[in-house]
Design a protein around this ligand. Structure first.
Ligand code: TRP
Length: 450
């Protein structure tokens, strides 16, 4: 058979950690986390979010990579392999579908990021930058249908191309080089933002929780964001786990991924909120435009800001690409493993479908008045980026905790980690804590949303 049909294996443990962090770290951290934090009252959301990552996100992450490494398969194949002849493979199919839908709007936002890189390069942000200017530039940009569609198309095109070239050549190389540079830039920006005159108000908003504001909505969004940011609930990490060597320690690998992902999200908040309060004119509850309106303000306060701005948006585009790749990898791995397609065929078809599905999202921030009014992108993000992932994660927990069994799963974990010190805690969370928490937010969803 053609060499591209072969399944790859990560070169080393660190290669898995870098690639999985590459999937996890992206617009979820730098665009979605500040957006939801801003909408959900700040610090109280941050507090619940951290709890959700530690107690639930980590549990599901370890669960997914364990299923993946044990079965060495894509999500659909993995469930079929562990429980043949049952309906459990539906969880895998749900993941394939969810991946395509998330990618459909995620790539739109990644397109904005690429567009902002070009804007910095071509001088749109030269000179004195005010909130009026960043507001105007953002709405002009996102309401031009041709512009947003072209950038969106470019992102889908690059993603499809990289995916069609296979696991090692594509994903691994990108993740290795660029994450550290992005990290350094983020630290630099956070320092600049925190030292702006008037930043204290932003720090209070971000760090001092008001527990009287706690609500079901915050729980729902915090748990949903934990899944989204860690790339959970749709089989991405099952797929990535399937490429891990049996010698590697799954617990520490999962720990590093969760830690680095959360660190980047929290740092993004340290850039956005101090700036937002130091330079008034943009509201924390702004929505999808929040970071695109706020970031140019920080850059304008930095010597060489134009160059840093261009570099930042370029790196953010690349961080987004390592995530779009992981989203497309799920449907592609399914078609390659289960249907014997070549990677190129699978990537081309799924890429095309994703582009078509994403067109309404691309037009829903000003370009088309109806789609803008109903907030199409916001709803797709809520349905697939929150609800569908939560449903997927719920079933994954039930599957591990009650169907495949924690004993069997633990045996797989113990292959690279004979002690598995947190076995009891993990078992408790996988069987009770995580599924019950997710179930509760799903049952109350109507009251939470309505
Ligand atoms: N986690 C990525 C981010 O934060 C997005 C992402 C990639 C994702 N793969 C996923 C989200 C799978 C949910 C499921 O940007």
């Amino acid at each position: 058979m053609a060499p591209e049909r072969e399944r790859g294996v990560w070169g080393s443990k660190i290669a898995f950690i870098l690639a999985a962090s590459g999937s996890a770290i992206g617009l979820g951290n730098i665009w979605r986390f500040p957006m939801i934090t801003g909408k959900s009252g700040g610090a109280i959301f941050v507090f619940i979010y951290i709890l959700a990552v530690v107690l639930i996100g980590f549990t599901v992450l370890l669960g997914e990579i364990t299923i993946g490494r044990f079965s060495q398969k894509n999500p659909v194949g993995a469930f079929k392999f562990i429980k043949p002849g049952t309906k459990w493979s539906l969880v895998g199919y749900l993941g394939v579908l969810t991946g395509i839908f998330i990618l459909s709007y995620y790539a739109v936002i990644a397109g904005w990021t690429l567009g902002y890189f070009v804007k910095f390069l071509t001088g749109s942000f030269r000179g004195e930058i005010t909130t009026d200017i960043t507001n105007r530039i953002f709405s002009q940009f996102t309401s031009s249908p041709i512009t947003v569609l072209i950038y969106f198309f470019v992102i889908i095109g690059i993603t499809t191309y990289i995916i069609s070239r296979g696991v090692k050549g594509g994903i691994e190389r990108w993740s290795k080089i660029l994450m550290p540079v992005l990290f350094i830039l983020i630290i630099l920006l956070a320092i600049r933002a925190i030292t702006l005159p008037g930043a204290e108000k932003g720090l209070l908003f971000y760090l001092k929780p008001d527990f009287s504001k706690l609500s079901g909505k915050i729980l729902l969004f915090a748990i949903g964001q934990a899944f989204f940011s860690l790339s959970l609930g749709m089989g991405t990490m099952i797929t990535y786990g399937s490429y891990i060597s049996k010698r590697d320690n799954l617990v520490t690998s999962a720990g590093w991924v969760a830690f680095s992902d959360t660190l980047i999200a929290l740092l993004a908040g340290f850039i956005i909120f101090p700036t937002l309060f130091a330079i008034p004119g943009i509201s924390p509850g702004e929505g999808a435009g929040l970071v695109f309106k706020v970031l140019p303000l920080v850059f304008s306060k930095l010597p060489g800001g134009i160059i840093f701005g261009a570099l930042f948006f370029l790196l953010l585009t690349i961080a987004a690409l390592t995530s779009t790749i992981s989203l497309l990898e799920v449907p592609v791995a399914y078609l390659v493993d289960e249907k014997n397609w070549t990677r190129t065929q699978a990537a081309s078809l799924t890429g095309l479908i994703t582009f078509l599905l994403g067109i309404p999202s691309a037009l829903s921030t000003g370009a088309n008045s109806f789609l803008t009014k109903i907030n199409f992108l916001g709803w797709i993000d809520f349905l697939f980026g929150n609800i569908s992932l939560a449903i997927g994660a719920l079933f994954i927990c039930i599957f591990i905790g009650w169907i495949w069994g924690v004993k069997n799963a633990s045996k797989e974990v113990e292959k690279g980690n004979p002690q598995f010190k947190i076995k009891k805690l993990w078992a408790f969370s996988v069987r009770f804590l995580s599924p019950i928490a997710v179930l509760i937010i799903l049952i109350f969803i109507k009251t939470i949303v309505g």
